[in-house]
Every structure is written in C-alpha cells, then in structure tokens.
Design a protein around this ligand. Structure first.
Ligand SMILES: [Zn+2]
Length: 290
C-alpha cells in the first residue's frame, strides 16, 4: 500500500479473479480494518425481476421501518444488559481522573459497547434493504433533510417527553443516522436488482389519510395509531405514512421521463469518508461498478 508498504491482512473471503479498485484502511478501537473495493463485473439489470412492484417505506417512530404493504420491521440493537453496562461505564468514565490509564480503559470499553450496537444497526439496514430491493422494482423513501425538522421528541399528551430539548437532539442523531445508513444500503442493493429508489418530501405524510387524502394533525391519534377524522379509515400510523410515501413516489415516477438508466438512485451522493484514510491502489478513471 502507498506510504505503508506491504500490509498483512486476513481476508474475509477470496479475492481471486476480481479486479481490485481501492482499499480503505480504518481503525476501530485496537483493530484495523481493510475494506477492499473490487470490480465483480456485474451489471445493474435493465429491468427489475418483478416489474411493476413498488413499496413505500416510512422511518417509524414506534418501529424501525414500516412498509406500505403493512409490514413492520423492527429490531433491538441493544440488549437490556448492554444498556445497563453502557450507563455504568459512562458513570465510571465521569469519575475517572483525567489523563489516567483507567480513564483510557473505560473509554475503550465504552467504545466497544457502542461499536457492537453500530454493527448491529448496519447489519439490520443491509438485510432490510436487500429484502426490499429484491422484492420491489420501485422503493420510495422520505427525504431525510425535511424530516429532520418535522419530527419531534415532544411525545403525546398522554405521555409527554422528558428532557425534550436534549432528547430531540439525540433522537434526531440516532434516527437520522440509522435512516441514512438504510438509504445507503438500499442504493447499494438497488444496483444489483435494478430497483429504482425514489425520495419524496416527507411533509404531511404522517397526517394525511391514505384512504381519502384528508390532512388533519388530529388524525394522528397516538404515536402508533392513525384514525382519520374525515372517514372511517384507521390503521398503524407508520403504515399509513408509508402508503402516502408510496403514492407520492409513484406520482413522481409517473411524470418523469423514462430515459434515466434503471437502478440509479436519485441522489448519488457519497458518504463522507470521515476519519478514514482512502488509499487508491491504482489511478483509475473507471467508475467503481457495483
Ligand atoms: Zn380518511
């Protein structure tokens, strides 16, 4: 590798017969990871295996992901014991003397707990994204930026939130992070299946009735229940939102010209590299294929 010379690593799988494009070195705690980008020669299919299939996905408040098909996909990323351990470590950290060895140790232990949670989140996002991309030619998501401003941690009248200001920031960070990872995983999975990913503004998707189209904040009976004030329609609030997202996405795809290549996400922004160091193995102008 440039600057480092020869680096020994343990391969997660065989790289025989694949063209290496670049390698990314990252560190997590005491461990170093080498991610190798390879060109596997696979092309994004022109058409999806099941054309005409479409799904809307809502980032749920009550559950992690809700689909317009009525599916509620949820996962716990932290076991109760791990949560307790995380809190205990945090307390311990605050009592540690500054610049002490114990403080470093506690910090490393806390980082390990957080890293495990982060990996589970990533795994969950990748699995759900793969499942949705395989089953659907079109997947519609709410656009993140707008949602960030509209969701709140205020809670409901029955169960008002505590520490609203602090929590809203935290919620936003956690939820938006998971959602961003999910959107990235979906864009990646879509390149293998030919799925089109559409992003729509999230405004009113949680307040609009998916049956009659009536918009009323009062229809949102609770965090989990949507009961229309205009018609007899009622269902899970996140599923109702997912249906609205699907309808908005289909409206977008219907009026757009079809010349765009299939499977290309609408906003192909790359994730910021963060603290990773990108090392290009060979100067190549070819765009990295899926
Ligand atoms: Zn209605």
């Amino acid at each position: 590798m440039p600057k480092l010379g020869w680096v020994k690593f343990r391969a997660g799988r065989s790289l025989d017969g694949e063209t290496l494009r670049s390698a990314t070195l990252s560190r997590e705690g005491r461990h170093w990871f080498l991610s190798v980008l390879v060109d596997d020669g696979r092309q994004t299919p022109e058409t999806h295996a099941s054309p005409g299939s479409a799904v809307g996905v809502d980032r749920g408040v009550a559950v992690a992901v809700a689909t317009s098909g009525g599916e509620l996909i949820d996962s716990q990323f932290v076991a109760p014991g791990e949560r307790r351990r995380g809190i205990a470590l945090q307390r311990k950290l605050s009592r540690c003397a500054k610049r002490s060895t114990n403080r470093d140790k506690t910090r490393a232990a806390l980082a390990a707990v957080r890293a495990r949670e982060r990996r589970r989140r990533l795994d969950f996002a990748a699995q759900v994204a793969h499942r949705l991309a395989v089953a659907n030619a079109v997947v519609v998501l709410e656009d993140l930026k707008i949602t960030q401003m509209t969701k709140s941690a205020k809670g409901t009248i029955e169960s008002p939130g505590r520490n609203v200001a602090a929590k809203s920031g935290l919620n936003r960070a956690i939820l938006s992070k998971g959602w961003h990872q999910f959107a990235l995983a979906l864009a990646s999975a879509a390149r293998y299946t030919g799925t089109t990913v559409v992003k729509v503004p999230a405004a009113y998707t949680s307040q609009r009735c998916s049956a009659c189209g009536h918009v009323d904040p009062k229809s949102r009976e609770s965090q989990a229940v949507f009961r229309c004030t205009h018609c007899p329609h009622h269902e899970h609030a996140d599923v109702n939102a997912a249906k609205n997202i699907l309808a908005a996405g289909l409206a977008v795809t219907a009026c757009e010209d079809q010349s765009r290549p299939a499977g290309r996400a609408r906003s192909p922004k790359q994730e910021p590299a963060g603290n990773r160091e990108e090392l290009l193995l060979q100067p190549t102008t070819a765009a990295p294929a899926a």
